[in-house]
Ligand binder design. Structure first.
Ligand SMILES: [Zn+2]
Length: 206
């Protein structure tokens, strides 16, 4: 895309790095910002910078947090022996919205995806396995989306913890294969957590 300004070109190049944003949309957003008062862009830039600089990940569950331990892990009414394994904060938010889950989470930070070059080492799998091996965990619930990457990740973790004294289950597939958790409605998602199945059964079913 040939542009009359190098500054505009750079801004468009940066914005179009964001997922789901092509060059055209990036250009539209950049031009939109130029039309708004300058302090709006300033606030946007500041908010993004602050997000990067000040964000903390909970030392227990690796969820995005404002404190060293997040409010879920800190809550004495949550059962720390039941851990729901999710991909990211959006899944935590979706499951929290159901109001049905009283355990805690472990946020992996993604899924194993050879195509996108994401290996187990880039996720918090080691920390999860260490947590399980340390004892005190009664149940692991896999709640990753039913994609191939989700299945691969589940199975990778399963292989490392199956010898441990822990119940391993997966959310019931009321959620269609390939659906992302965050798009599931609360009733369906809540039901699929309550009706979770032993993980071994979920492997055989597909
Ligand atoms: Zn936490």
């Amino acid at each position: 895309m040939e542009m009359s300004s190098k500054l505009l070109e750079r801004a468009v190049a940066e914005i179009s790095q964001l997922p789901g944003i092509g060059k055209r949309t990036a250009l539209r957003l950049a031009l939109h910002l130029l039309k708004q008062p300058a302090d709006q862009t300033q606030q946007l830039a500041e908010a993004l910078q602050k997000l990067r600089e000040d964000i903390v990940f909970c030392s227990k569950c690796h969820n995005i947090s404002d404190a060293e331990v997040c409010h879920i892990c800190e809550n004495p009414h949550r059962d720390a022996s039941v851990i729901c394994v999710v991909e990211d904060i959006r899944d935590v938010m979706a499951i929290e919205n159901t109001g049905l889950f009283k355990g805690v989470y472990h946020v992996l930070g993604g899924k194993i995806s050879p195509i996108e070059g994401i290996g187990p080492g880039q996720l918090t799998i080691v920390q999860l396995v260490t947590k399980v091996k340390a004892g005190g965990v009664r149940e692991l619930i896999f709640a990753l989306s039913g994609t191939m990457e989700g299945d691969t990740t589940n199975f990778y973790i399963y292989r490392q913890v199956k010898e441990c004294d822990v119940v391993i289950s997966a959310i019931a597939r009321g959620i269609a294969v390939g659906d992302e958790l965050e798009f599931a409605d609360e009733v369906t998602l809540g039901r699929s957590i309550m009706h979770r199945v032993p993980f071994e059964n979920s492997i055989k079913s597909h």
